[in-house]
Design a protein around this ligand. Structure first.
Ligand code: ZN
Length: 174
């Protein structure tokens, strides 16, 4: 075993929590929202969960990460989420990356990258700007295949009309 025990434990732990983020993403899928899920872990415990509800809420702010940050702040009783790790199935956008920096989250674990809009290394890396007073450590590619398959399955469903984007909305017929 060449690796230190810490690294090995960490890798497995990351996969465990990413699985929980994937469970959240599937909830978004079911309601016709792009399947993105997130959990926030503090001292070895999941303290907040979130999944994308942008379409359901008809609100651009309802990203998985923002909803999870809100919950975690409530649990911790502080806007500072120091000591927390965020697990998210898709690379956060500019809004969420901004919120991650603002809430002082020290580490983010990402499933798959988002070449078109990702703001943690793809388009820009807002988590690692030396000009900002807080920088975030990033781990990429955890359960990457499962995370990206969920996305491609969703968009395939969308193309064939298997998903009603108004499902669950206030004007939905379901
Ligand atoms: Zn976002």
């Amino acid at each position: 075993m060449a690796k230190a025990y810490f690294d090995e434990t960490d890798e497995k732990t990351d996969e465990l929590y990413m699985k929980q983020a994937l469970t959240q993403a599937k909830k978004a899928y079911k309601q016709g929202d792009t399947p993105i899920g997130c959990v926030i872990v503090y001292k070895g415990e999941v303290i907040a969960r979130g999944y994308n509800r942008r379409n359901k809420d008809k609100l651009s702010l309802s990203h998985a990460e923002i909803l999870a940050i809100k919950k975690a702040s409530k649990v911790i009783g502080d806007w500072r989420l120091e000591g927390c790790t965020m697990y998210v199935t898709l690379e956060p956008c500019q809004m969420c990356a901004g919120a991650i920096v603002q809430s002082r989250i020290p580490r983010v674990v990402i499933g798959c990258m988002n070449k078109k809009a990702g703001s943690c290394g793809s388009v820009i890396n807002l988590l690692d700007m030396k000009e900002f007073n807080h920088r975030v450590s990033i781990t990429k590619g955890v359960l990457e295949a499962s995370c990206s398959k969920l996305m491609s399955d969703f968009f395939a469903d969308l193309r064939v009309g298997a998903i009603n984007k108004d499902q669950g909305g206030t004007h939905g017929t379901a």
